[in-house]
Each structure stands twice: as C-alpha cells, then as structure tokens.
Design a protein around this ligand. Structure first.
Ligand code: F6R
Length: 606
C-alpha cells in the first residue's frame, strides 16, 4: 500500500528518496513521485508504473535540492495516472504533500474552493489547497504549524502526511492519524517514512509519531509538537539494522526465501516461548478467571490464523469467536471488561485491525496482540503482546508469519487447556513435546519441494479450483486458496468439504482441480467420500494427508504424504505444502510473485 519517504540533510535528496522508495516497493504501488525544494521553489516529478520510470524522469530533469518528499501510490481515489499520483500540491507548488490513508470528507472540503483549481481526483489534493488557504504566508514557522493543525481539525479519516512549504526551504513536516509514520534520526540528515526499511540503510535510530503529533525536521533538528504546540520528548529506539535490511539470498523471490526460513523461525519462536508462556506475556490469573468471551480478530491470512485459534480454543468452556476485523468493527457484539480480544497482524498496522482493537479497548476489553512488528501501532496499543519474531516478511503474500501465528495459538491453547484444567499436566507435557517436533517436520515437507513442484506443473491450466477440508483442515483450505488467488491469479475457492454438494459441485468437470486436505483421523473417510464425489464428475484430485492407504490412493490423482504429527498441529504442515504449490504454479505462469498485481503488503486504509 502507499509508501512515504521524506529526506532533509546536507546531500542531494533525490538518491535518498529513490532508494527509500525502492525499499518500499514491496508494499505494492502503481505510480510514484517526488517533490524537491531547490532553495527557491518546490519542483515535482511523477510517473505511472514502476519506479524505474520515475528514476528516468529525475535523471533527465536533473532535480537538485537537499530537502524532499517521495511517495508511491496504490490507487484508492481516482485511477492510476500522473495527476492522481503524489506529491499533490496547491497552486504553483507552494505546498506539496504526500499522503497515506483516506480523507472521508474530501468532497465536502472541496466545496470551499472553485472546482477548477483541482487537477486530480484524489482525496489528498484538497489538503494542500487548505493549507495554502489558511497559512498567512509570513514565513513564520509558528503560523505555518497553526495552519496545518487548523486544517487537520477539518479532516475526517486517516492520514500520514509529509508536507513541504515553499517558505521553509530547509524543512519537512510530518503528522499522522491512524496511519503509521516513523522518524529516522541520522547525522546531518533526518528522515520520515511510513516504514523503517525506507531509511534503515542510513540510520537505525528511530522514533515513532503518535496520532496528532507534528514533527518538524531539518538537517540537524527534529522537533515534535502536540496539538497544543507543546514540545514533546520522544523515546528514541535503536532497531536491528541487519534484520531490517535483508536481501533475497540465493532464492529467486522473497516468498520462496520466507517459505524456506520457516523451520528456523518456528524453532526460535518455540524455544523462546516454551516455559512460562502465560507469565511471560503477563496473562495472569486475575485476567483469565474473569474472561467470559474471547474474540479473535484479523484480516486476510491473519484472520485465517484466528479461525484456527477459534477452533482450537473452542475446547475451553468459554465463548470463542473469530471475526474479520472489518466486520467486527461494525457489529453489535457483546464486548466488555470480561472480554479478551486477540488481535492478530503481521504488520501490526492494518487499518481495520487497529480500528477493531480501539473499539474493543474503548468497551473495556483486554487486548492481547499477536504481531510480527514489535514496535507497530497494534503492539503499542495492546495490553499483552506475543511477538512472533518472524523477521521482516517482504513478500506480499504472507507465509512464515502465518505459520508463526498458528504456533502462537498452539502454545497459547496448550497453556490455556492446562490452566482451565481441560488437560492434565502430563498431557500438557506431551503436547509441548509434540510442538517441539514441528520445525523438523516442516523441514521434511520442504525437502520434498520437487514433488510438489511436479504436481503444480500438471495443473497450471485448471479452471474452477476447489480447496476442500473439514474442521481444522477447512482453515488450511481457506489459506491455501487465498495464496493461489493472490500470487497465481487463479480463481480458487475453499469450502468445508461437506458443503460442496449443496451447490458448488455443479461447477465440477474435467477442467476442475480439487485439492483435498485430509489430516484429521476422525473425519478422514468423510472427506475422502466428498473427494470421490468430485472424481465421479471427472474432477482431478490432489490429496494432502498423513494417511496413505487404499482409500486415499484410490481417490487421488496425486497425493502428498505428510510426516506423522499430532492431530492439532498437522494442518500447519499441510499449509507448507500448499504454500509451495501456489508458489510453483505462480512461477510457471510467470507471475510477479513478491509483488502481485493490485495487492499491498500493509493495508493501512479501511
Ligand atoms: C495474505 C496477506 C494478507 C494479510 C492481511 C493482513 O497473504 O498477506 O491477507 O494477511 O492484509 O495483514 P496483517 O497480518 O499485516 O494485518
């Protein structure tokens, strides 16, 4: 999703802005632009398509100046075009700004102006015109800050803004609400960005802006104000440079690299969190004894992790419900101080998940988050945090984060089963031992990647692809189908296997592929029966199971046998197989695997 970078220093801004934008490319975008102050005026260049197009324009124009802002846009309001790309500006580029988020009342705000002044269809441009209108053009910094705050009060929606004004040739301004912004503190140079990776090459000292805080950056200073213009003392964090500045290594994509990293990151996570897990995350008796309802909230893949959490936590004698964050925030669920809301998010910045968290908090619920980015907004606003520590996930399609989200739910449920006396101490120890085996078992699945590759190559031309499974396997069916849609652009649907004959079976013919996930012993025959029904209608069947017997072999055109594993945990292994399956199909179809079309890594708008 849109990315922001701002630079101010004693060197030419262009190269810093371009290198920052390159690092943000993984978020997904369709156009990019920069604004540079040349000491007299602000110059803006924008280009549709890949960043290289903008690079060519910058080179041709030889933009000079040490202060600038850059943006990559993922279209929301208005089609993909140069006019709609950012920076957006007021008349004569006196004010230029880049924006992440959505201004909900932009049409109403536009009524303050003659319609002819607008050159774009964006919700952003009006902010530039408003600042232009309400700033008195005296060159006094205080007055400019007043004007910005005055305009912000008029805005409804979410924003992260980096702003430049012709009057302040050595400064950039940054302010946010419900959309992340981080400041990078360098030597004779400072940065602002939507994501640390944009400037981590140059500095790992950072501070985070909170909502409605406004930062004024120049080459030497960073001053941060609250709404009443009080100067704030902000905590400075040192982030891990290595971890935030990774390459693809010997892999052809970040996705493949991240798939193969899974044994290591799961192992680290399990080692770090094996002993007194509930104590470590401070989920103490007082809270657990009070809890009546557990909600699990996330979006996309993180939501599917929640569904798995719901299924395994449902053994507790409590109300447990997984909800997509975008639904949760608009539903009338019972929510009070006896509710525990578990918010799951790789980035920790997903707009719907963050909004849902805030609603839950406002209603008195306790918040436990499962996140990958320790310093993210969701982590910072939670009462308790499980950090899955997967390292940066660059590929837009989430892989290792999902496995770690499941691992987090596995540990959490084992501990809660024990706490609520669903299992004995010995059973708890057995489960923990089984958990420890997961990394090695994942490794075993990965070693068979050639086998999965050859199955994938057989089914590149399939139409109507179905992923079927029951109970825990159904969750993996959903995630497997999502991965295929995302990176291969094939229309894959997931169904609980028993649902197929209530309608969708009408679509099955010789061009259909049915991927059956059959890991649960008690429903093995039932699901196989459903696969046989598809076979009888000429569908091709790919079975993923740990049970190789006459029945499964008979039902399958292709079969992948998973290593023996505890029933609760084995769906994670089936999912590794489906990650590779989607990857090899996408690769064979020549897709842009790490940056699939229309998608964004961090969805910071509703
Ligand atoms: C799927 C995918 C998305 C994300 C979703 C939530 O591969 O990446 O569906 O899972 O946008 O993102 P986070 O986990 O960052 O909240």
């Amino acid at each position: 999703m849109c990315g922001i970078i701002g630079f101010v220093g004693n060197e030419s801004a262009c190269s810093f802005l371009l290198s920052g934008l390159e690092k943000l490319e993984y978020r997904g975008y369709d156009s990019a632009g920069v604004a540079i102050h040349d000491g007299k005026k602000i110059n803006i260049l924008k280009a549709k398509g890949k960043l290289a197009e903008l690079g060519k324009k910058i080179e041709a124009k030889n933009l000079i100046g040490n202060v600038g802002i850059g943006h990559m846009r993922w279209a929301t309001h208005g089609k993909v075009s140069e006019e709609n790309s950012h920076p957006q500006s007021s008349l004569n580029n006196k004010i230029a700004l880049v924006h992440n988020g959505i201004i909900e009342n932009y049409l109403e705000l536009k009524n303050e102006f003659d319609k002819n002044i607008f050159v774009s269809d964006t919700d952003t441009e009006v902010i530039a015109h408003l600042i232009y209108k309400y700033y008195d053009w005296t060159g006094i910094l205080d007055n400019f800050i007043d004007a910005v705050y005055f305009v912000l009060k008029k805005l409804k929606g979410s924003y992260a803004l980096a702003i430049m004004c012709e009057d302040f040739k050595d400064k950039i301004f940054a302010v946010k609400k419900d959309s992340p912004l981080v400041i990078g503190i360098g030597e004779n140079k400072n940065f602002v960005a939507s994501d640390i990776s944009a400037f981590i090459k140059y500095t790992n000292e950072v501070c985070y802006l909170n909502d409605n805080e406004l930062a004024v950056l120049d080459e030497k200073n960073i001053n941060i104000f609250d709404e009443n213009k009080n100067v704030l003392e902000k905590k400075v964090f040192s982030v891990d440079k290595e971890v935030n500045n990774l390459g693809k290594g010997n892999y052809d994509s970040f996705m493949l690299k991240e798939i193969f990293e899974q044994p290591k990151v799961i192992k680290n996570f399990l080692i770090d969190n094996s002993e007194n897990f509930l104590d470590e995350i401070n989920l103490d008796e007082k809270i657990l004894d009070e809890v009546e309802r557990i909600y699990l909230i996330g979006c996309g893949t993180a939501y599917y992790a929640c569904l798995m959490g719901e299924k395994i936590l449902s053994k507790l004698n409590l109300f447990v419900s997984a909800q997509p964050a975008s639904e949760f925030r608009y539903s009338d669920l019972v929510l009070n101080k006896k509710s525990l809301v578990i918010v799951v998010s790789q980035s920790g910045e997903t707009a719907d998940s963050l909004a849902a968290l805030r609603i839950a908090k406002k209603n008195g619920a306790k918040i436990l988050s499962i996140v990958n980015v320790r310093e993210s907004s969701i982590a910072r606003e939670s009462d308790f945090v499980i950090n899955i520590n997967a390292g940066p996930e660059i590929s837009v399609a989430s892989t290792k984060a999902f496995s770690l989200m499941l691992s987090a739910f596995y540990i959490l449920s084992c501990c809660l089963y024990k706490y609520f006396k669903i299992i004995s101490h010995n059973e708890f120890l057995d489960l923990k031992n089984d958990l420890k085996e997961i990394p090695e078992l994942v490794e075993k699945v990965l070693k068979q990647h050639e086998k999965i590759k050859s199955v994938a190559e057989k089914y590149l031309l399939s139409k109507n692809i179905f992923y079927l499974g029951r109970n825990l396997d159904y969750v993996i069916a959903l995630e497997g189908a999502l991965k295929l849609k995302e990176i291969a652009y094939l229309n894959a649907q997931a169904y609980p296997s028993g649902e197929l004959k209530h309608g969708p079976i009408a679509l099955i013919d010789e061009s259909s592929l049915i991927v059956g996930i059959v890991t649960q012993k008690n429903i093995f025959d039932k699901t196989l029966g459903n696969l046989e029904e598809c076979k009888a209608r000429d569908g091709k069947i790919f079975v993923i199971t740990q049970y190789e017997n006459e029945n499964s072999k008979d039902a399958a055109d292709d079969i992948f046998i998973l290593p023996e594993c505890n029933q609760i945990f084995i769906p994670l292994l089936a999912n590794i197989c489906l990650q590779l399956f989607a990857y090899y199909i996408a690769k064979n179809l020549g897709r842009d695997i790490d940056k699939p079309k229309n998608l964004a890594k961090s969805v910071t708008v509703e």
